[in-house]
Design a protein around this ligand. Structure first.
Ligand code: SF4
Length: 321
């Protein structure tokens, strides 16, 4: 397994609840794994944990393993090598990753690419005239071109795991589609795994092999992308799908999830989604979420799931001749 998070809990000093609460997740070689949820759900913290990067003052329990390495125990040169060679991250804003006064060629050279390799990488990410691009500075390129440069920089180190944090959210749809296709092709060619972070559940369902849905620092559902989209099990996942627009489908009425996403000062006596959940019952206020296994091998953390699964299994049995 490329990346394994096992019951990772991250607590910030002064926060009423953990930033991450018992998060378990895995990414296999060649797999594209989605991480979805609203802002503040813990997606980016989860991805940064794979780099051994926790917020200042945070304490952690559980484990983060990348291959054989215990990431949270890495220090010094071992940690630097892990961040430079094993895992690469592509953020939403490419300008934040590039020094405005340095040339594109310098950026790629700092990542170990000699001139020939830098030209090859820029061509591979679809930039025309790569020789000229090497001499240009960030302000001379558009946002889409810069994101291609950042991806070329990530690929220069030939990482085993690529972390894409809202990497295409700021791009127009055409550029977004091109960058996504490019990431998939290059990932397949290099055999790397990818953790794809997005707030867009439709995009994750279309692009990923498996998806984790996060809410209030917890994983509330984990399914194959196909199953998640066809038959979401957790009320929060259904809520995300109902409020996310689908291109070309004007018949679909958008239904926002009521209330607001929880902050770090919110404490829960039971299911964290209870205050916003259309299926909530009084018992949900004291039920400690635990993941239930679904018939397709996925999991969801809702106390009503065992009933739903039993009912579905029974009706399937009844309909079998
Ligand atoms: S446990 Fe209750 S409140 Fe939580 S998601 Fe399930 S039905 Fe909703």
């Amino acid at each position: 397994m490329l990346l394994t998070l096992d019951h990772l809990t991250v607590q910030l000093p002064g926060a009423a609840r953990p930033l991450l609460d018992e998060v378990s997740l895995r990414v296999a070689p060649g797999e594209v794994v989605g991480l979805v949820g609203e802002s503040g759900s813990g997606k980016s913290t989860t991805a940064k944990a794979a780099l051994g990067l926790l917020p200042g003052g945070a304490t952690a329990s559980g484990s983060v393993r990348a291959g054989d390495a215990d990431v949270l125990a890495l220090t010094g040169e071992d940690l630097r090598r892990h961040r430079a060679r094993t895992v690469a991250m592509v953020h939403q804003d490419p300008r934040a990753a590039l020094n405005p006064v340095r040339r594109i060629g310098d950026f790629l050279r700092e990542r170990g690419a000699d001139r020939a390799r830098a030209v090859e990488l820029l061509a591979a990410v679809g930039l025309s005239d790569p020789e000229r691009r090497l001499r240009q500075r960030p302000h001379e390129l558009s946002g889409g071109m810069l994101q291609r440069v950042v991806i070329a920089g990530a690929l220069a180190v030939e990482p085993r795991l690529l972390l894409a944090d809202e990497a295409t959210s700021a791009l127009d749809v055409t550029t977004q589609a091109e960058i996504l296709a490019l990431l998939r092709t290059l990932r397949a060619e290099q055999g790397a795994g990818m953790l794809f972070i997005t707030h867009d559940l439709h995009l994750a369902a279309a692009y990923c092999d498996r998806v984790y849905v996060m809410y209030a620092g917890r994983v509330v559902e984990e399914r194959t992308a196909e199953a998640l989209f066809a038959d979401p099990a957790h009320p929060y996942t259904r809520g995300l799908l109902s409020c996310s627009p689908t291109l070309g489908d004007t018949s679909h009425t958008l239904l926002p999830i009521p209330g607001r996403p929880p902050s770090l000062s919110d404490v829960f006596t039971g299911c964290p989604f209870a205050a916003r959940c259309p299926d909530a019952e009084p018992e949900c206020d004291t039920w400690r979420p635990t993941a239930a296994e679904l018939p397709d091998g996925g999991t969801a953390a809702c106390r009503r799931i065992p009933t739903a699964v039993t009912t579905a299994a029974a009706s399937a049995e009844r309909s079998t001749p």
